[in-house]
Design a binder for this molecule. Structure first.
Ligand SMILES: [Zn+2]
Length: 151
């Protein structure tokens, strides 16, 4: 016996198997460790290319625009304005333990857009309003990340 079925349209044999996958990410953050050190200090950093001047958030160790590795760390003010937002009701499985949450896209005064959770009720939000990017502790995991809140 095999989990093989026939495609109704072409009558091709199809292997249909269902199993749960666990994906584990191991990604080097050596070149952007300053970003994580910054979160520990309550600061959010971006990188700016010394060659072409482009600013990146999340930080980039190598400029995607001109390929230069001469980048500098820039502490972000956190000051910005709300561009758009949405409430997430249907979550990816790995986020299923969270209550419904609101994700916002904001533009920092430095000119970069940041997508992050916003700690606010959706009824309180209006595009154009001032918001602030801050370091937050994600619960229940307990790790530091960044998120928006009302200014
Ligand atoms: Zn560049």
């Amino acid at each position: 016996m095999f989990p093989i079925v026939e495609d109704r349209k072409y009558r091709h044999k199809l292997w249909v198997d269902v199993r749960e996958l666990c994906v584990k990410y191991i990604i080097s953050v050596e070149q952007v460790k300053r970003f994580f050190e910054g979160l520990s200090e309550g600061k959010v950093y971006a990188t700016r290319c010394r060659k072409c001047g482009e600013m990146y958030f999340p930080p980039q160790a190598i400029c995607p625009r001109c390929r230069s590795s001469e980048v500098e760390w820039v502490e972000l003010s956190g000051e910005g304005k709300l561009l758009t937002y949405t409430k997430i009701y249907v979550k990816p499985k790995s986020f299923s333990h969270y209550s419904d949450y609101v994700v916002a896209v904001g533009r920092l005064d430095e000119g970069v857009n940041v997508t992050a959770w916003i700690d606010a009720k959706i009824e309180e939000l209006k595009p154009g309003m001032r918001i602030k990017l801050v370091v937050v502790k994600r619960k229940p995991e307990g790790y530091l990340t960044y998120g928006w809140r009302r200014a």
